[in-house]
Write a protein that binds this ligand. Structure first.
Ligand SMILES: [Zn+2]
Length: 435
């Protein structure tokens, strides 16, 4: 049975990937340089410089978040690079105390409170033309206060539409979806799957002076020109539901509501879609199919869902193979089996896997000895065409919907990833690590 063979191959390879992942360590001479700069700045009481150095280095190595984690005798500074946490250096508790005080002051947090979580934001000027925002959140733990700083680099918030990584049928599906005047488009995936960038890039593509685009966010992460951005404010009763109703009274053409968390928001967003608005939003679900299940479980009637929802985009971020140290490699029997199973699922049996190349990496300094540099998205998209809508309106099961979507070019996230691996953007191991 071909399916059984693939399952075994996938399982075996995935196990190997996860084992190697634990053993592998990022290394870079840059990390020592960061440590030296920061500790030197702290030794001369230049805490501002120390924080600036950390943020600039985080930007240089392509990190989105800086984590400070307290242990009994030391504090570890870690960067999230291409989605993976990497230890950079250690601080003493005395050194860390200076950093905490300065961060709290900059982000307008209460300096004398260390036993409850706090969050705030500050701006950092990098040079004459570049400014970044840093979101700071604290969490009291047994050995002190852990801090995570999220670096909001607006240069990376909106990317070129083509760089989103929608290829093949998914590109056609997305272009059709966003060319519509009304309907709901849901982007789904866990935290850190790049939903913000996808939504902001779509909004940017739709942005024109003839249309009114309003967003409701939590909080506003990046400012977008010509788009009306609002944010929820629990203290003043601006929730996703009440905020969305207020946005609708502003005569919008397109609405982006950051997240659908409850039935009332879902219901208001659905009504907006049915009253001739294009509605974009996100849901925390694993796959496109899961999304349908979740919406029905939230209490929306299937016939309303079928009329209001147009497209579901499920996504994950995977690391791109480092272009500076990639080399061609022999395909393993498991990889051949995975590729062939994917091809038969998406009716590409005619293409022989013999001619396909795969790459592996040799470590180099450009990728901090990780083998990867930058990230890209993998997707699965379901377009709710009339056949699928009919299935949803009548009694349906997720399996039936998926089977029908297969007839209309559905490519699963894993298949999209494997296609991207055989196009040399990434590796099959990386796809199995993430999905
Ligand atoms: Zn490299």
């Amino acid at each position: 049975m071909p399916t059984k063979k693939t399952d075994t191959s996938t399982e075996e390879l995935k196990k190997k990937v996860l084992e190697n992942e634990e053993k592998h360590e990022y290394q870079s001479s840059k990390f020592k340089k960061i440590e030296d700069q920061v500790t030197w700045a702290l030794s001369r009481q230049a805490t501002d410089d120390a924080l600036r150095d950390v943020s600039i280095w985080a930007l240089v190595v392509g990190s989105s978040d800086v984590h400070y984690e307290c242990f009994e005798t030391y504090v570890v500074v870690r960067f999230r690079i291409d989605g993976v946490l990497v230890d950079i250096f250690r601080l003493t508790h005395a050194q860390y105390k200076k950093i905490v005080e300065r961060l709290k002051y900059a982000a307008s947090l209460k300096l004398n409170i260390s036993n409850i979580p706090q969050d705030g934001k500050y701006s950092l000027k990098i040079d004459e033309t570049k400014k970044i925002d840093v979101r700071v959140s604290t969490l009291p733990i047994h050995y002190g206060e852990n801090i995570v700083c999220r670096i909001l680099d607006s240069a990376k918030a909106v990317i070129d539409f083509e760089d989103l990584g929608f290829f093949w049928t998914s590109k056609r599906m997305l272009e059709r979806a966003i060319s519509q005047k009304a309907g709901m488009i849901l982007v789904t995936g866990p935290t850190g799957s790049g939903k913000t960038t996808t939504l902001y890039t779509i909004l940017n593509k739709l942005n024109s002076r003839e249309k009114k685009i309003i967003t409701l966010e939590d909080p506003i992460e990046y400012e977008l020109e010509w788009i009306v951005q609002s944010e929820i404010d629990d203290k003043n009763w601006v929730t996703f539901e009440s905020g969305l109703k207020a946005c609708l009274r502003q005569d919008p053409d397109i609405i982006m509501v950051w997240e659908i968390r409850d039935y009332n928001t879902l219901n208001t967003a659905t009504s907006a879609s049915l009253t001739w608005h294009l509605v974009l939003s996100t849901l925390h679900t694993k796959s496109a199919a899961d999304t349908l299940d979740r919406i029905i479980n939230m209490g929306l009637k299937p016939y309303i869902l079928a009329s209001a929802l147009d497209t579901i985009i499920a996504q994950r971020l995977v690391r791109k193979i480092c272009p500076d140290c990639k080399v061609e490699k022999e395909k393993s029997p498991q990889e051949i089996s995975i590729i062939e199973a994917m091809m038969s699922e998406i009716w590409m049996k005619w293409l022989s896997s013999d001619n396909l190349k795969l790459y592996k990496w040799e470590w180099c300094s450009k990728c901090n000895h990780s083998g990867f540099k930058g990230r890209m998205w993998v997707y699965e998209i379901i377009t709710l065409n009339e056949n699928i809508k009919d299935l949803i309106r009548s009694w349906w099961s997720v399996e039936e919907v998926i089977a029908e979507a297969r007839n209309w070019d559905l490519i699963t996230m894993k298949e999209d990833g494997i296609l991207k691996a055989i196009k040399w953007f990434t590796t099959i191991e990386e796809i199995l690590r993430v999905i």
